[in-house]
Design a binder for this molecule. Structure first.
Ligand code: SAH
Length: 232
C-alpha cells in the first residue's frame, strides 16, 4: 500500500504536536491513517549533556542561533526518512505561503518542516541543504511550531476524504482568486437583521450571481493586490 501523505516536523518542542492537528477533521484523518505525522526532536542531535542546540551569534548581537552541525544532523535524519519530500524552513524571511503552494504540497507525498527558535538557524544549513523558506505572514512568532501547524493543517484539509463535502473546498477564499462571499444561516432574522432575500429565493442562478458579485466586491475592497493579479 502507498504510504500516506506524511508531515515530518523538526523541532525542539516535539510535545507541541499534534496539538491542534489532533482535533476535529484533521485529527480524525490522522487517527485513520489518511496522513501521518512524525516529529524529530532536534535536541536528539545535540552532543552535550544539556542537549543544547544554540550558541551566540557570530559577529555579536542579541539572542542565540541554532547551530549548523546540530540542525544539519536533524535535517539529514529527516531526509533519510523521507527523501522525496520538500524540506521547508518556516521563517519570517520566507516566501509568503499561499493557497497555490498549499495545493502543490498537498498533491505531493508530504512535507518536512523545520521549526526555528531563538533568532533562527545558522544560514549554512539552509544553503548546504537547499532548504526553501516559507513565511506564514509579516509578523514574528517565537518559534516555527505554530507556523508548522498552520502549514500542515492547510495541506491536510485538501487531502482526499478529509473534508467530507469536497464541494466546500471548491468555493472557498482563494480558490478562484477571490475571497469568499458572505455566509448566513439560521435564524432568518437575528437582532432585526435579515438574511439577504436572494438567498431565500431558491433561484440558484440568482444566488450564484449574487455570491459572485459579493465575492468580487469584497476582494476589490479588501485585497486590491489579489484583485489586480486576477486573470479574467
Ligand atoms: N530573528 C528572526 C526571527 C526569529 S523568530 C528574524 O528576524 O527573521 C523564531 C522562529 O520562529 C524562526 O526561526 C521561525 O522558525 C519562526 N517564525 C517566526 N515568525 C514566523 C513567520 N512569520 N512565519 C514562519 N515562521 C516564523
Amino acid at each position: 500500500m502507498r504510504s500516506p501523505w506524511t508531515a515530518t516536523v523538526l523541532t525542539i518542542l516535539p510535545d507541541v504536536f499534534p496539538g491542534p492537528l489532533g482535533a476535529s477533521l484533521i485529527g480524525t484523518a490522522l487517527d485513520n491513517g489518511t496522513w501521518a505525522l512524525h516529529t524529530i526532536d532536534i535536541r536528539d542531535s545535540a552532543e552535550d549533556k544539556h542537549r543544547s542546540v544554540d550558541d551566540t551569534p557570530a559577529g555579536g548581537g542579541a539572542g542565540m542561533v541554532m547551530r549548523a552541525d546540530i540542525v544539519g544532523r536533524a535535517v539529514d535524519a529527516a531526509i533519510a526518512r523521507s527523501p522525496d519530500v520538500p524540506v521547508i524552513y518556516l521563517s519570517p524571511r520566507g516566501t509568503p505561503l499561499n493557497q497555490q503552494r498549499v495545493r502543490d504540497l498537498a498533491q505531493g507525498c508530504g512535507v518536512t518542516v523545520l521549526c526555528g527558535r531563538f533568532e533562527g538557524l545558522d544560514e549554512r544549513v539552509l544553503e548546504a541543504r537547499g532548504i526553501e523558506e516559507i513565511s506564514i505572514g509579516d509578523f514574528v512568532l517565537a518559534g516555527g511550531e505554530v507556523a508548522a501547524c498552520a502549514l500542515i493543517e492547510a495541506c491536510v484539509r485538501l487531502l482526499p476524504g478529509v473534508v467530507g463535502d469536497a464541494a466546500s473546498l471548491e468555493q472557498e477564499s482563494f480558490e478562484d482568486g477571490l475571497l469568499e462571499y458572505p455566509q448566513y444561516t439560521r435564524p432568518r432574522v437575528w437582532e432585526g437583521l435579515d438574511i439577504p432575500e436572494v438567498l431565500l429565493s431558491g433561484d440558484h442562478k440568482r444566488i450564484a450571481e449574487w455570491r459572485r458579485a459579493q465575492a468580487e466586491k469584497l476582494t476589490k475592497a479588501r485585497r486590491p493586490d489579489m484583485w489586480a493579479r486576477r486573470k479574467p
